[in-house]
Write a protein that binds this ligand. Structure first.
Ligand code: FPP
Length: 251
């Protein structure tokens, strides 16, 4: 079974080269629930409990940026009760976790569109962002009502509206118009539950990210599994399309 518990992992060895920014496609909540004969929303609740463990582990290991894919622009197509359930989960997370996250130095950011959310929920997200804006221990970006293609389209529209001459449109200019402006590109993208898809997540920013795909379903992906992903990342050679000596000289 894909999400079966594995033997304990030794997490005592320091990790030599940490990714600055880890992004996660938190997949497998539904299958985790189905495996137990439970409704899908119970899987999402279990996945929510897990957020706390993974956020704390990022702080502990020294990851500076964490981006979590919680609700995509395509997720509106799910059954109404599941969509509503995910909205309630977002509200609950803010109500129950914000004070503690704030005291631990976590800065909350949002990527995507807030305008489709209920005004009360939108206000809560905006207030949480405002409250934590000066924290710098971990920058936690929540991708909620987010889609990578939509983000690129929005950036193009903004660039055109600002009257930027076409010759001045560079990758840097495009990056500055993304929802993620001010956040470094992800170094490591983790996808749980074994699917080998990008699913419209950070498709611009992830151009040179390292991927780590695990069979573990999101509710079972904890501190030890994160450590394992970070350890594997630390052994990867990132060449950004260059080779051998040319790459080494530029390091
Ligand atoms: C994908 O699993 C997961 C989601 C679409 C939602 C992710 C949400 C959480 C982890 C809860 C935290 C949420 C917020 C709002 C903070 P899936 O449902 O596609 O699983 P499946 O592929 O096994 O069906």
């Amino acid at each position: 079974m894909p999400s079966a518990k594995t033997k304990p992992i030794d997490t005592s060895k320091p990790i030599s080269r940490l990714p600055t920014h880890v992004a996660v496609i938190m997949d497998g909540n539904g299958r985790w629930a189905a495996q137990r004969g439970l409704p899908r929303l119970v899987g999402h609740r279990a996945g929510t409990e897990n957020l706390r463990r993974v956020i704390r582990a990022c702080v502990e290991f020294g990851v500076k940026y964490l981006t979590l894919y919680a609700f995509s622009t395509e997720n509106w197509g799910r059954p109404k009760e599941e969509v509503q359930g995910l909205m309630h989960i977002l509200e609950d997370v803010i109500d129950r976790e914000l004070a503690e996250l704030h005291s631990e130095g976590v800065q909350l950011r949002h990527i995507g569109h807030l305008d489709a959310l209920h005004p009360m929920l939108r206000d809560k997200v905006i207030k949480a962002i405002e409250m934590t804006k000066n924290n710098d221990r971990l920058v936690l970006s929540l991708a909620f009502n987010y889609g990578g293609r939509d983000e690129i389209v929005c950036a193009i529209r903004e660039i055109i509206d600002e009257g930027v001459p076409s010759n001045d449109v560079t990758p840097e200019v495009v990056s500055q118009h993304m929802f993620t402006a001010g956040t470094p590109d992800p170094d490591l993208i983790i996808r749980t539950s074994g699917e080998m898809r990008i699913s419209n997540f950070l498709i611009w920013q992830g151009a040179y990210a390292e991927w780590y795909v695990t069979q573990t379903y999101w509710p079972d992906f904890g501190r030890e599994q994160l450590y394992q992903a970070l350890l594997e990342y630390s052994g990867r050679e990132r060449r950004y399309g260059r080779v051998g000596k040319e790459f080494e000289d530029q390091q």
